[in-house]
Design a protein around this ligand. Structure first.
Ligand SMILES: Nc1ncnc2c1ncn2[C@@H]1O[C@H](COP(=O)(O)OP(=O)(O)OP(=O)(O)O)[C@@H](O)[C@H]1O
Ligand SMILES: [Mg+2]
Length: 346
């Protein structure tokens, strides 16, 4: 290379916005540019001749020695640790996130590795900031939704109660019987409003599967009790076979939807859940004494609950049966095959 080209390359290298660190096969630094000196805070003279590992956080050094050797067996041009967050270490011990690309270079029979390093502190900071802004925007959207729901639903109901009481006040002397009716209507409406509020709160905080089916069902039943007029009971046989996390979760979500349906549609006064082993399966039954429904009726697409229950059951190899008829209550049964300790179905 003539000297003009040499000067040009030196200039490109020195003015590059990224740090350039050239390392030999043994991992010793043979060349650095001005940006590398600035980025790591080591004088060039101290860097050249040292192993490149001094530019890494202490904890990563042992692993890096091995990775360096492995890279040298099959050197190629590639970004370093695409799945990892990489960090560099300055001379003063402080660390910063970097992006590194490697490319091998043959020089006089020896292999050198050119590493180009970019300090991505600023990019990371912007990413974190963007995440925080997104979270704030989501919260604001949620806040507006809650405000709107409360305004349209709950406040309207309470307003109507106010009107009832208003007219009861006018009637109280001249038509006391009417006044009593108005007051009773106001009480009923307030009770309905409390139920609405409770189920609204329930929707905001849906109970989650906690990893143990019986515990989670107990939680579900307790919430159901607090938020409906129906008396639920949960009957669990002792020594139940164990379920996998996936099976437990599926059964839990089926129970959750069955309870939602009972609360929304059944007008039942009683409901029981029963969990017991039956013929090599674990069976959960959820039955109410409410209105029942016509199981043959075609349902428009937007009714997702039953379809979801079937899909959840099928996904874990369970069988779902719904027994119901108009006026005869509803029983949802899900049976999931269970394994014995030897792995054989019971
Ligand atoms: N326990 C029940 N008692 C009475 N009717 C029920 C009961 N469970 C379900 N139903 C009837 O079956 C229909 C279908 O239930 P499904 O869960 O699929 O839809 P949804 O509850 O109407 O809507 P979604 O679940 O999508 O909010 C209900 O609309 C209701 O008419
Ligand atoms: Mg439903």
């Amino acid at each position: 290379m003539d000297s003009a080209a040499n000067d040009l390359f030196r200039h490109i290298c020195e003015s590059a916005p990224d740090a350039i660190v050239v390392v030999d096969a043994a991992g010793r630094v043979v060349l650095v540019n001005a940006r590398a000196v600035e980025m790591f805070g080591f004088p060039a003279g101290e860097l050249v001749g040292s192993t490149v590992d001094i530019l890494l956080p202490d904890a990563l050094r042992p692993g890096h020695v091995q990775q360096r050797h492995a890279y040298m067996q099959h050197p190629s041009t590639r970004p370093m640790g695409t799945e990892l967050q990489l960090f560099g270490r300055r001379r003063d011990g402080s660390e910063f996130p970097v992006e590194i690309s490697l490319s091998p270079f043959q020089s006089g029979g020896a292999t050198l590795v050119i590493s180009i390093l970019r300090d991505i502190t600023e990019r990371r900071r912007l990413e974190v900031e963007r995440e925080q802004l997104r979270a704030v925007a989501d919260m604001e959207k949620e806040r507006q939704r809650i405000a709107m729901d409360l305004h349209d639903g709950i406040i309207q109901s309470i307003y109507a109660v106010g009107l009832n009481l208003e007219s009861a006040k006018e009637d109280v002397k001249s038509r006391p019987d009417d006044a009593v009716k108005q007051v009773n209507r106001a009480i009923d409406r307030l009770n309905d409003t409390i139920l609405d509020l409770r189920s609204y709160i329930l929707d905001l905080r849906p109970p989650r599967y906690g990893g143990d089916l019986v515990d989670s069902l107990n939680g579900l039943v307790a919430e159901f009790h607090a938020n409906s007029l129906i008396e639920p009971t949960l009957d669990v046989e002792p020594d139940l076979p164990a379920l996998t996390e996936e099976q437990g979760r599926a059964i839990f979500h089926i129970a959750q939807e069955a309870l939602n349906n009972a609360r929304k549609h059944s007008r039942a006064t009683q409901l029981f859940l029963r969990l017991r082993p039956v013929d090599g399966t674990l069976r959960l039954q959820i039955a109410d004494n409410g209105s029942g429904f016509d199981p043959g009726a075609d349902l428009p697409e937007e009714h997702r609950g039953m379809r979801n229950m079937l899909a959840r059951a099928a996904a874990v190899g369970a069988l779902l049966r719904v027994e119901t008829a108009l006026g005869a209550g509803t029983s949802v049964m899900v049976e999931i095959p269970v394994q014995t300790a030897t792995g054989e179905p019971r």
